[in-house]
Design a protein around this ligand. Structure first.
Ligand code: SF4
Length: 257
């Protein structure tokens, strides 16, 4: 497993360039409509199931000028339609929050919708400023129980829950995302606890269940990292339906991705 790294420079250096892993031009899974998805480089979480372990290294990836991202997004505008736009995913995009705020301002001045897919790790004033400039946040809640969250990601969920609270206070929309891993994040009592925790939130438009899969396992092997979920299988249709049934008791819309 890649050790914890100092992430400060990601936010502070090269203010006009974003450190990215890659760009997908026609994404349909990360936010509404057709979207250009930019995968930011660097993450402080160490999720056992991470499907993009090659995005974790804060010194990896490549730089792209913010202007170049805007130029590409403008070229794509015809495909975005009413709902689409640009999503910044990762890695963890908030590690480059100041640059992203600037990028979102630039995109907004071109009339392009912005979406942020985040694990919610940061509660700094500049993270909140980015959130205020974000049309929609896709907040990944990895586990509602802090001990299990630490087992799954190596860090606490306290900041993620605080960030959700802040977003709720702004009245701006949010989708939750939940990776369903058999034996790790499928405990009935905790699915109910998550529902109870968020049931009165007015800004949550939906929750997306992301069934665990093994598509990124080969990357762990290529990077020489030990994959600790060896032997864990994707959830059965029954298990997914059970989770959907529980979440339906608390959320307006439950979608399985
Ligand atoms: S938060 Fe996302 S990018 Fe970071 S380790 Fe977890 S799954 Fe991977």
């Amino acid at each position: 497993m890649l050790p914890a790294q100092d992430t400060k420079h990601l936010n502070e250096q090269d203010p006009d360039q974003l450190r990215i892993h890659s760009i997908e031009s026609m994404g349909t899974h990360d936010g509404p409509g057709i979207r250009m998805v930019v995968f930011a480089q660097g993450c402080e979480f160490r999720c056992l199931y991470c499907q993009n372990p090659d995005t974790l290294d804060v010194k990896g990836g490549k730089f792209i000028p913010l202007e170049e991202i805007v130029r590409r997004a403008k070229n794509m505008k015809g495909y975005f339609g009413d709902k689409g736009g640009v999503t910044i995913s990762g890695g963890e995009p908030m590690l480059q929050r100041r640059k992203l705020k600037k990028l979102f301002e630039m995109l907004h001045s071109e009339g392009i919708h912005t979406c942020l897919d985040s694990n919610g790790r940061l509660n700094t004033p500049d993270a909140y400023e980015l959130l205020d400039e974000t049309d929609l946040i896709l907040l990944d809640v990895k586990h509602i129980n802090d001990e299990w969250h630490k087992k799954l990601t190596k860090v606490s969920n306290v900041n993620t829950l605080k960030l959700a609270e802040y977003r709720e206070s702004t009245g701006k929309p949010m989708w939750l995302r939940y990776v369903l891993v058999p034996g790790w994040s499928d405990q009935e009592e905790y699915l109910h606890e998550l529902g109870q925790h968020f049931k009165d939130y007015k800004t949550i438009e939906k929750i997306e269940i992301q069934p665990y899969h093994k598509l990124g396992v080969h990357k762990w092997k290529m990077l020489g990292m030990k994959y600790e979920l060896e032997g864990v299988e994707p959830p059965s249709v029954e298990l997914i339906e059970k989770a959907r049934g529980i979440f339906s008791q608390y959320f307006k819309e439950v979608k399985v991705n």
